[in-house]
Design a protein around this ligand. Structure first.
Ligand code: SAH
Length: 351
C-alpha cells in the first residue's frame, strides 16, 4: 500500500518492520498529513538512512500542477493536476464567507453515464487512491497558503464506486493527527448506488450525503441517468431513509433542472413527495448544457416557479450559485481542454 494512504496504526507497523522506533511513525505521519511535505527530503528530523529506505520502498505520491485558472469575479480557482502515471484530474477551490471549500475528483473519468454530464463522455480510466484524493487538498492548501475548511467530493467520478478508498480518504482527512477537517464539513455526492448508500449508513459518519436525484419518476430518471435502470426510486428512497435513520444526518437531493424534461409544477409536486418524509434539503441546479447533448436550461421564471412550489410545500430549497463563470469553471472542462482528442464542455461546477 502507498504510505500516504496508511492510517497511523498501519504506519506504526510499517515503521517497526524497518526496525525503527514507534515514534518515527508519528513524525512521518505529521510530515505527510499536517506539514504537507512533498518529499522525504523535507523530513529533516528523520535519520537520513531511514529516509533513503523509505524513498526506495514507498515512493510518495505527489501531484504536479499542470494548469490553474482564477476567476476575476469570485476568486474561484480551478486546478489541473497530473497524477504519477500522467492521468489528469481537476479540483476546484472556492472562497465562501464561511471558509474555503475544495471540490475534488474521486476517479479518473466516470462509468455512470449520466446523459447531461461531461465527465463521463470518455468513460472510466481508474480509481483514485486515498492519497491522491488527499493530495488534491494538500496541493491546493500549499498553493493558496490558506486552510481548507470544507471538502466536497463532487468532481469527476462516482465516489461510492470507489468505496474503500473513499472511506479511507475520509478517515485520514478528518483524523485529529492530520488536517482534522470536521466530518460535518465533508460532503459526498452520489448518483445513487443503493447497496453502497446502505453500507455508508452503517459507518455512522457525520458527513453530508448528497444524492443526485434529478427526476422524481423512474421513467424520467432513466432518461437522464442509466443508473436508474439498476435501482428503482422506491428502493433508492428506502436506502436514503435508512441512511437518515442510521446517521441522523439530513440528506441533500441535487436536482438539475433541464428545460422541458423535469421542470414542471407536477415534477415539483412529485419531488416534494420524495423529499418530505426524509426532511431532505433540495439543491436546484440549472443544468449546464454540454455540446454532445441537446439539453437546455430551464428559463428563469420556470426555475423560480419550481422553487416557489417546493417552498410552499414546506421543503428546504436553494438554487445553486454558479462559481467561476469566467473560467472553465465547470467540472471536467479544464481537463478536457488538455486532452487533445477531447473538446471543451461545460459540466456542473457549483456550490
Ligand atoms: N458521481 C457523483 C458526483 C460527481 S457529479 C454524482 O453523481 O453525484 C457532481 C454533481 O454535478 C452531480 O449532482 C451531477 O449530477 C451534477 N452534474 C453533472 N453534470 C452536470 C451538468 N451538465 N449540469 C448540472 N449538473 C451537472
Amino acid at each position: 500500500m502507498d504510505i500516504k494512504s496508511m492510517t497511523l496504526e498501519e504506519l506504526k507497523t510499517a515503521v517497526a518492520e524497518e526496525g525503527e522506533k514507534p515514534f518515527r511513525a508519528a513524525q512521518l505521519y505529521d510530515w505527510m498529513h499536517r506539514k504537507l511535505a512533498e518529499d522525504y527530503g523535507q523530513m529533516t528530523n528523520l535519520p537520513a538512512a531511514f529516509r533513503k529506505k523509505l524513498m526506495e520502498k514507498y515512493p510518495l505520491t505527489a501531484l504536479k500542477q499542470v494548469d490553474m485558472q482564477q476567476s476575476g469575479i469570485d476568486g474561484t480557482r480551478k486546478f489541473l493536476f497530473a497524477l504519477s502515471d500522467g492521468n489528469l484530474v481537476e479540483s476546484v477551490w472556492m472562497k465562501y464567507r464561511h471558509g474555503n471549500s475544495v471540490c475534488i475528483s474521486s476517479q479518473v473519468g466516470c462509468k455512470m453515464g449520466c446523459r447531461f454530464c461531461a465527465s463521463t463522455l470518455d468513460g472510466w480510466e481508474r480509481n483514485l487512491l486515498p492519497s491522491e484524493m488527499l493530495d488534491q487538498i494538500y496541493s491546493i492548501t500549499r498553493a493558496t497558503g490558506e486552510r481548507v475548511s470544507n471538502v466536497v467530493v463532487m468532481g469527476t467520478g462516482e465516489p461510492l464506486d470507489n468505496y474503500d478508498n473513499l472511506l479511507r480518504f475520509i478517515r485520514l482527512l478528518t483524523d485529529e493527527n492530520g488536517l482534522h477537517i470536521s466530518q460535518r464539513n465533508v460532503t459526498v455526492s452520489t448518483c445513487g448506488l443503493v447497496p453502497q448508500i446502505r453500507r455508508l449508513a452503517d459507518e455512522h459518519l457525520a458527513i453530508t450525503l448528497a444524492l443526485s436525484l434529478h427526476a422524481a419518476t423512474d421513467e424520467k430518471r432513466r432518461e437522464l441517468m442509466p443508473v436508474a435502470f439498476s435501482w428503482q426510486l422506491d428502493e433508492l428512497m428506502e436506502a436514503c431513509a435508512y441512511y437518515f435513520e442510521q446517521t441522523g444526518r439530513r440528506m441533500t437531493f441535487e436536482y438539475a433542472l433541464v428545460g422541458g424534461v423535469n421542470d414542471t409544477i407536477e415534477d415539483a409536486q412529485k419531488l416534494t413527495a420524495l423529499a418530505k418524509p426524509l426532511s431532505a434539503h433540495i439543491n436546484l441546479i440549472p443544468v449546464n448544457p454540454i455540446k454532445e447533448r441537446d439539453y437546455r436550461q430551464s428559463g428563469r421564471s420556470q426555475i423560480e416557479a419550481f422553487k416557489n412550489k417546493l417552498e410552499k410545500n414546506g421543503i428546504n430549497v436553494t438554487i445553486r450559485r454558479e462559481m467561476g463563470r469566467d473560467i472553465d469553471g465547470a467540472c471536467g472542462q479544464l481537463r478536457r481542454r488538455h486532452i487533445p482528442h477531447i473538446s471543451e464542455e461545460r459540466c456542473g461546477l457549483t456550490e
